[in-house]
Design a protein around this ligand. Structure first.
Ligand SMILES: Cc1ncc(COP(=O)(O)O)c(C=O)c1O
Length: 400
């Protein structure tokens, strides 16, 4: 098979929901991936931030092999040892509480919205305040939680009860609180929205606002969780604890798992038997993989790596900013960095790919760079060298 033949299968049989590049990836190891023609790429956006500890991490692969030999799936009506152990590990790493497992970020959002609704039901409170320019997934509730017209367009009528505030503007959030409000839901760093980091003042202010009004502070750590920022969870930078946290992406090391973590302080038992469920949610296979991710992060000191290498990546990106005035700003934390241009940047991501570097462009002008926590300094040097070459070439052509 070659790329064109796979493309033909896509055009014949797959619904065209994705903008796709003509590259068929078939193999990965750490921060490297190979296409069907054995061309190698340096992957600085591994699996859309899913392969957070790198592709095919040996700990994850071995855990999967080991579990696959025992049992792949059991119903959630039976006790599942791996799920119980993963919940314990998650709680130890975050805050006292309880966990519900699902399969994706959108499903985790859906679970958080349902939890908030159930939590506020008796008091007639159901409104959730989310942020403009946020991203929470593609189910109907998740696109409604997402404060961007482009993902909602064409899908109305949308569920009721969502209001949208300006990110990092406490006054804007306060102005939307009514007697119907039950929760505030946001990403600590807006990823798809362009790598915008919540300020200390904003996050602390939100915690206070929630405490004063009996609201749930719900954090979407689908992208920022599992060490991405240098802490296991981004909320740990702010000295505030959320009431509800959603996880997915790199939790499963490449396998599909999502989680809703509910703080013990807010009565996780609001979800009684029969109120919520997911057939696949937290099956033994994905939980074994997620346990391996936690083990690898600890064993290889990947939180420290994310800080050190994240600083190094930021330094290298700032050198590019000095060289190219078209770069407006470098933002982010740990190994989650955004490079904002004063001009469209999609072509830069395309040309980087042609030159062997995979990155993402979001909101037209922002490059999103999120290498695996296992990336090396040398790989960061190589990636930044490719970026420098590509940006230089594109900007020179645009000027002439
Ligand atoms: C912050 C955030 N929340 C939720 C989601 C949705 O996750 P999924 O695509 O697994 O449904 C995403 C996906 O990009 C995300 O970045």
């Amino acid at each position: 098979m070659n790329t064109q033949q796979v493309q033909k299968l896509y055009s014949d049989f797959i619904l065209p929901t994705y903008t796709q590049v003509p590259v068929c990836l078939v193999k990965g190891k750490g921060s490297r991936v190979w296409d069907i023609h054995n061309k190698e790429y340096l992957d600085f956006f591994p699996g859309w931030a899913v392969s957070g500890i790198g592709h095919c991490h040996p700990q994850v692969v071995n855990a999967l092999k080991d579990q696959a030999r025992k049992i792949l799936h059991i119903s959630n009506n039976f006790l599942n040892l791996k799920q119980a152990q993963l919940a314990q590990t998650l709680i130890k790493a975050s805050f006292p509480g309880r966990v519900f497992f699902c399969n994706s970020g959108a499903e985790a959002t859906e679970s958080a919205v349902k939890f908030a609704r159930k939590f506020g039901h008796e008091g007639g409170r159901y409104e959730i305040i989310t942020m403009k320019c946020s991203f929470h997934g593609r189910t109907l509730a998740a696109i409604t939680a997402t404060g961007q017209d482009k993902v909602q367009k064409g899908f109305d009528p949308l569920p009721l009860g969502f209001r949208y505030a300006e990110f990092n503007d406490l006054g804007s959030v306060k102005s939307l609180v009514t007697e119907k409000t039950i929760a505030i839901f946001l990403e600590p760093i807006q990823g798809e929205g362009g790598v915008h980091v919540a300020t200390q003042e904003f996050m602390k202010g939100l915690r206070r606002l929630c405490d004063e009004n009996g609201l749930l502070l719900m954090l979407d750590e689908v992208q920022t969780g599992m060490g991405r920022t240098g802490k296991m969870f981004a909320f740990q930078y702010y000295g505030v604890e959320p009431d509800v946290m959603t996880l997915a992406k790199s939790l499963g090391g490449g396998t599909p798992i999502g989680a809703l973590v509910v703080n013990r302080k807010v009565k996780p038992e609001v979800f009684t038997p029969g109120t919520h469920a997911s057939t696949y949610g937290g099956n033994p296979l994905v939980c074994a993989a997620a346990l391996a991710v936690f083990r690898a992060i600890r064993k290889e000191k990947l939180l420290h790596q994310a800080v050190v290498l994240g600083d190094y990546l930021a330094k290298k990106l700032n050198e590019l900013k000095i060289e190219f005035p078209a770069i407006r700003e470098i933002r982010g934390m740990g190994l989650m960095r955004g490079v904002e241009f004063d001009c469209p940047a999609g072509e830069i991501a395309d040309r980087a790919r042609e030159n062997g570097l995979l990155i993402n462009c979001t909101q037209e002008k922002i490059l999103r760079i999120m290498p695996a926590l296992t990336v090396t300094k040398k790989q960061i040097d190589t990636g930044c060298m490719i970026l420098k070459k590509v940006i230089g070439e594109i900007l020179t052509v645009r000027k002439s």
